[in-house]
Design a protein around this ligand. Structure first.
Ligand code: B12
Ligand code: SF4
Length: 424
């Protein structure tokens, strides 16, 4: 599996004055030397990685090291995180990290450091890429141009952490960040690289001069702006990750960010294909509208439009989201063991199917979509991006066996969770 390098702690490193020695370790990409001694350790995590972060924090504190936790999960559940560390950064590091360091030096860390979102991204440093030991993975450098999202998807916590207003790094500083990284392959980590189309147009013009290849996440509706799509392709865009989420017409009509109908979506997909950009769709199964027919319906639609490649997910109700609150209120959550909040395991009771039907349907859809016959059938429509097409499809196809073994092991565990109705 290809692991993308993380950027979160490189921002924290950049905020740290030079008199402190800083090292960023990515446990997924490099070994962690637990014998090393540090004055202060900061750990970042999202929900699925919170159990490991807590374990690490507990071990470090047992050896007398002070620990700070930050990232999306500690930001939405700060009290839970605090039980494992000396201080929690709730929200972004920029406005609070300097004060936290002074407090740590003076031996009076506060339990919580909360940052608002009313500040300018250009007032703070670019990520310190030299602090990471792992460097870039496969030469891909992660770059962030914006934070915040105006949409309100029920399964997402982004606006609770980064706010509803999109804030940008100026185009000039983004270009400087890319130039400084000396990489020719960039992965934009923004939730929606085309969320502000005026900014995106200026950004694409600026990065065209840098002669890079890049990928990022985008909402599919932007392709109505044909000029912007052409600018994206001309600036080196080779792949876009698009959250289609569902092919259910009912659900599409109620989603704030998507196209109005499935046929609009099909037209948008073809436009992206024609522009020479590989589209990778993200699909979520298990919404309350979904019944067992959703799996065939999804694979048939994706195959009919010859979508190049896709990620299939089981709906995961992250804390801090509307869907989490709803399922909790309806007593439908099966576990609060965050290890299972991995997008592959049903952690709640679906409305129109059983837990097993959801899990089996998700597995079936993935296997069917990545069958050799279907990959071969999709290839001619995607011949403008042959290498990326093969990489995306064969990579996922080959990982299916390993994932199955892991899931069988995990599913054996989830039955240990208390049944709905008895959750703490
Ligand atoms: C890029 C990205 C990825 C990349 C890289 C992930 C990575 N590990 O960095 C990839 C594609 C690999 C990925 C994978 C996944 N992702 Co992701 N990802 C993102 C995305 C779009 C941007 C993250 C980012 O770098 N932001 C920019 C940095 C600067 O922000 P930040 O990390 O929050 O850091 C700031 C603050 O939080 C704080 N901070 C953070 N950590 C710390 C630590 C300390 C000590 C301090 C002081 C401060 C601090 O300071 C930083 C600077 O202000 C976010 C959405 C988002 N907007 O955050 C989703 C997001 C984090 N991902 C999400 C999910 C669900 C996943 C997956 C589980 C999806 C899947 N199907 O497998 C996997 C998990 C992989 C794994 N094991 O880590 C969810 C997490 C929800 C949750 N509650 O956990 C998010 C929020 C998307 C969403 N819309 O819901 N992801
Ligand atoms: S899923 Fe994407 S578009 Fe929807 S609220 Fe989250 S960040 Fe915004």
């Amino acid at each position: 599996m290809i692991r993308f390098p993380q950027v979160s702690l490189l921002y924290v490193a950049a905020l740290t004055p030079p008199e402190h020695q800083v090292v960023v370790v990515e446990e997924e990409n490099q070994p962690l030397d637990s014998a090393e001694k540090w004055d202060l350790v900061g750990i970042t995590c999202m929900t699925a990685t919170a159990p490991r972060a807590y374990q690490l924090a507990d071990d470090l504190r047992a050896r007398g090291t002070r620990v700070v936790l930050g990232g999306v999960h500690p930001s939405v559940l700060p009290e839970e995180a605090k039980a494992h560390c000396d201080a929690v950064v709730v929200g972004e590091a920029e406005p609070v990290w300097g004060r936290l360091l002074n407090d740590a030096q003076a031996g009076r860390l506060e339990p919580y450091y909360r940052s608002g979102t009313e500040w300018n991204l250009d007032d703070y440093p670019l990520p310190n890429r030299a602090a990471g030991r792992a460097g870039s993975v496969l030469g891909v450098v992660p770059v962030v141009t914006s934070r915040g999202c105006p949409y309100a998807c029920e399964f997402c916590c982004v606006r609770n952490v980064f706010g509803r207003t999109v804030r940008h790094v100026s185009v000039e500083r983004v270009a400087e960040d890319i130039r400084r990284s000396r990489s020719s392959t960039v992965m934009f980590l923004d939730d929606n690289i085309v969320g502000d189309q005026v900014y995106a147009s200026r950004l694409f013009d600026a990065i065209r001069e840098l002669h890079i290849h890049w990928g990022g996440q985008a909402s599919i509706s932007f392709v109505r702006n044909e000029k912007l799509l052409a600018q994206a392709a001309a600036s080196g865009c080779r792949g876009l990750f698009v959250g289609l989420e569902t092919v259910s017409e009912h659900k599409i009509k109620r989603m704030s960010k998507s196209m109005r109908t499935l046929e609009d979506t099909a037209t948008a997909i073809h436009r992206i294909q024609d522009s020479g950009i590989l589209l990778h769709a993200s699909i979520v199964f298990g919404f309350d509208d979904d019944d067992p027919s959703i799996f065939d319906e999804t694979v048939e639609f994706l195959q009919r439009v010859r979508i190049p490649s896709a990620t299939f997910n089981v709906l995961t109700p992250y804390p801090g989201t509307e869907i989490y609150d709803q399922l909790k209120a309806e007593n439908r959550l099966l576990t609060r063991d965050w290890t299972y909040y991995d997008h592959c395991t049903p952690v709640y009771v679906p409305r129109r199917m059983s837990v097993d039907q959801l899990y089996d349907g998700y597995r079936y859809a993935k296997k069917s979509f990545f069958s050799t016959a279907k990959i071969v059938q999709r290839f001619p429509a995607n011949r403008r991006t042959p290498l990326l097409f093969l990489l995306a499809n064969l990579g996922t196809k080959l990982s299916l066996g390993a994932e199955r073994a892991l899931m069988l092991e995990r599913n054996a565990g989830i039955h240990l969770a208390p049944p709905a109705g008895q959750m703490a």
